[in-house]
Design a protein around this ligand. Structure first.
Ligand SMILES: Cc1ncc(COP(=O)(O)O)c(C=O)c1O
Length: 401
């Protein structure tokens, strides 16, 4: 054989391994070779029969889907290209033209745009309601047939907490599928499937992976529902690469210890922020002052209310921006769930698609800041936030003059 042929064959020979590797190997391959035409036909038709092509399935990505299913309390799980990819696949697996979705007023901005623009464009009707009020949700569900009731465990960015038991009961009473985005909580804090949800989705980019170095999404639930999600993933190509799946698996190894520390620091910061001048409101599900504190206490791991909090500063939009600009230690970025603390001003970032009246309806006031509490030392974060709050007070004082 010529040199090129030998090189291609020599460098493609996967070694045989009889001992089980401690971490999940990264199957960095687009294709898998079959023994014969019959086997290739089988695995191409049904990813559960084996591997053919990594857009359909890949062992590293399958391992992540299975790991998430186990942690989320689901029968099956899937890993997808991003949180939005997972949300899209979950919704598209349920919805057809003419169907209706009831979704929360306060939710991640891109979820809202996906619902309105993409699904709305295909003839799906979307109605937004206050998901924290079961009576309002019941009225909305009674008003017209509904295919999907959609909620976030802890809403982005207001930290409003959904009562999954109540919402799942309402959804099922009206023949709707209850889908939950559990990104802000992670399965360490809350497992919506065990509280009645049909499907749970998460941006694995956040707490699951935890280190701001990968974009990924996951979904879990009943096997027949997850099979439909996998079908959409294959059709749309929202496939997660094996290296990215490996990074999320590595993050999951330390999820519990990270979230414990995120939550302990967040709880301490939330109490401290409540006592600071110029702070109008602090929203942290672990604080007794949180409107759904009791719901959180019922549904969350005892004593662990997550790493996300919202704080409203006096002085409106300009004061909110002043805090962001004065901070030195925290990352000026729009993500969350990372070892790095991240402070964002939703009216100018994640919720910028919303008009001023829509923002107010969703409880997103002009001075609202969202804090994703990282793993830095509490005292350093307090010192940095104190500098930010001093800048906000200067703006508020100037506005008052
Ligand atoms: C609550 C929530 N859901 C979904 C997403 C989307 O995740 P991804 O960026 O991985 O697509 C985000 C991103 O910030 C989010 O905050």
């Amino acid at each position: 054989m010529g040199f090129s042929t030998r090189a291609i064959r020599a460098a493609s020979r996967a070694p045989r391994v009889d001992q089980r590797p401690t971490s999940v190997p990264i199957y960095q391959t687009a294709t898998f070779a079959s023994e014969d035409a019959q086997e290739l036909g089988d695995v191409a038709a049904d990813p559960r029969a084996g591997y053919a092509y990594s857009r359909l399935s890949n062992p590293t990505t399958t391992a992540l889907g299975a790991a998430y299913a186990e942690l989320a309390g689901g029968e099956a799980g899937a890993a997808l290209a991003s949180g939005m990819g997972a949300i899209n696949a979950a919704l598209a697996s349920q919805l057809h033209a003419g169907d209706r979705v009831v979704a929360p007023l306060a939710a991640y901005g891109t979820t809202r745009t996906q619902l309105v623009r993409s699904f709305g464009g295909f003839g799906v009707q979307v109605d937004f309601v206050d998901m924290t009020d079961p009576e309002v949700v019941a009225e909305a569900l009674a008003a017209a047939p509904t295919r999907v009731l959609y909620a976030e465990t802890i809403a982005n960015p207001t930290t409003a907490v959904s009562d999954h038991v109540a919402l799942a009961g309402l959804a099922h009473a009206h023949g709707a599928t209850y889908i939950v985005d559990n990104t802000f909580a992670s399965p360490y804090v809350c497992r919506p499937l065990e509280l009645g949800a049909d499907l749970v989705v998460e941006s694995a980019t956040k707490f699951l992976a935890g280190h701001s170095d990968v974009i990924a999404g996951v979904a879990a639930g009943r096997r027949d529902l997850v099979d439909e999600i996998a079908r959409v993933q294959v059709d749309t190509g929202a496939t997660l690469g094996p290296f990215d799946a490996f990074l999320v698996l590595r993050g999951i190894l330390t999820l519990a210890v990270r979230v414990e520390r995120h939550a302990a620091t967040a709880a301490a910061l939330a109490s401290w922020l409540e006592r600071q001048d110029g702070v109008q409101r602090v929203r942290y599900p672990g604080l007794p002052s949180h409107p759904q504190h009791e719901v959180a206490a019922r549904q969350f791991r005892p004593g662990v209310a997550g790493g996300m909090l919202a704080v409203e500063v006096a002085g409106g939009r300009a004061a909110g921006r002043a805090v962001i600009d004065a901070l030195a230690l925290t990352e000026l970025t729009a993500s969350l769930g990372s070892v790095h603390t991240m402070v964002v001003h939703p009216p100018s970032t994640s919720q910028r698609q919303m008009s001023e009246p829509e923002l107010i309806d969703a409880g997103i006031t002009p001075g609202l800041l969202r804090v994703s509490v990282g793993l830095e030392d509490l005292e350093d974060l307090q010192a940095d936030l104190a500098t930010g709050l001093a800048a906000a007070r200067r703006i508020a004082a100037a506005v008052a003059v």
